[in-house]
Ligand binder design. Structure first.
Ligand SMILES: Cc1ncc(COP(=O)(O)O)c(C=O)c1O
Length: 377
């Protein structure tokens, strides 16, 4: 029996390639696929890299897009198949993952509880918090010591149970082997775009590494698609966390999940040497903007009208340009995975503000870090 819903939408390329997966892996349609690819001609000319392309993951959904909907198509469908009606997840307060999860979960009648830690202030943090609250998310404050016990507490608390079922747990960043399936599918989608002539086969794909689901899924996907390109991850969360070994392990776990459901999926070998990680664009840490990355974001906006965020996109662009320059790759074909979609948040009216835990009210008023003023929101 098929586990697919909303089947009037096209099937993901993953299910077209491996139809047996569609029999047992739940999936629901959320995004607008395929996301377009564009040749960033003005930026290319400006920076002296003639073949610089952009994969517009920002256009994955008109209201609530970016890179997260790809994983949510599998996670929320799985939650529904397991009769769960609430979601529990954790992350930082301005996380894109939380507000996207809350918004898309709400559309299918699920509530979200998010256990969150503080983070550096930026305008997108405020926007995401308001957006998540409007989508009905409940935010619970934690710090790095209490986040795990608080999450366990919320998991066990009957407040979050629905119809006798515990909440469906989604790991930070929405990353798990199941979510990575969405990014495997994205690589198969890219292969179709290459075959159709939308772009030459890229030599390198640059992708932000936060929780690493996007990078790991692409790493596996390009291999299964038979693409020769190298995945280059740019560390944007923690240097100790964003390692080639960890990304390769996640890709292998995703492959193992696929092969459990369909043994005909080829047992490709993936090791840490299959991915490069650029650790030098992170600056002082997660969500702390850097001067050089903001400069690259400004050049991209000037050339192509594309808006970057300072946490993921701008640093990834910085990392990509470092990689290209250090390795003398200007003549090759490069693809930038553009994952940031700016949301339109609601006005913070009384009913919304009253639901913000006191600890988080400061995100409505605090000044953003100074470099934020150079980004468009
Ligand atoms: C806009 C944006 N880009 C990139 C990423 C990184 O993706 P991943 O967590 O899959 O590494 C995130 C994760 O939160 C994100 O929100």
């Amino acid at each position: 029996m098929s586990r697919i819903s909303m089947a009037d939408r096209p099937l993901p390329p993953l299910f077209e390639a491996y139809p047996r997966l569609a029999m047992t892996i739940s999936w629901m349609s959320i995004g607008d696929w395929p996301t377009p690819v564009m040749h960033a001609k003005s930026f290319s000319a400006d920076v002296g890299v003639p073949n610089f392309y952009v994969k517009r993951e920002d256009l994955s959904h008109a209201i609530c897009g970016g890179n997260k909907p790809r994983g949510l198509e599998f996670l929320l469908a799985d939650a529904r198949a397991k009769d769960r009606a609430s979601i529990l997840t954790f992350s930082s307060v301005g996380s894109h993952h939380i507000c996207r999860t809350a918004w898309h979960a709400r559309r299918i009648g699920m509530d979200t509880t998010a256990v969150v830690v503080d983070q550096a202030m930026a305008r997108y943090v405020r926007a995401n918090l308001l957006f998540g609250l409007q989508a009905g998310a409940r935010y619970v404050h934690a710090n790095y010591f209490t986040i795990v016990p608080r999450s366990v507490h919320e998991l066990l608390s009957h407040r979050n149970w629905r119809h006798g079922h515990p909440p469906y747990f989604i790991p930070p960043g929405g990353t798990s082997p199941r979510a990575c399936l969405g990014h495997v599918s994205a690589a198969l989608e890219l292969k179709r775009q290459v075959d159709a002539g939308a772009l030459p086969e890229p030599d390198c794909i640059y992708v932000p590494m936060g929780s690493m689901g996007t990078a790991a899924g692409l790493l596996l996907g390009v291999r299964l698609a038979g693409l020769k390109c190298r995945v280059v991850g740019v560390a944007v969360s923690y240097r100790w966390y964003c390692t080639p070994g960890r990304a390769a392990r996640l890709a292998r776990a995703t492959l193992a999940l696929m092969r459990r459901h369909d043994p005909s999926v080829p047992p490709v070998r993936i090791s840490a040497s299959d991915i490069d990680v650029v650790p030098t664009a992170l600056g002082e840490g997660y969500a702390r903007f850097t001067e050089s990355s903001i400069e690259w974001a400004e050049r991209m906006r000037k050339g192509e009208g594309l808006d970057m965020d300072g946490t993921y996109g701008a640093k990834t662009l910085d990392g990509a340009m470092q990689y290209i320059s250090n390795r003398h790759l200007r003549g090759m074909t490069h693809l930038f995975w553009h994952t940031f979609h700016a949301l339109s948040p609601p006005e913070p009216d009384e009913s919304l503000v009253s639901r913000i835990p006191a600890r988080f009210r400061r995100y409505l008023h605090d000044a953003p870090q100074p470099l934020d003023a150079r980004l468009i929101q």
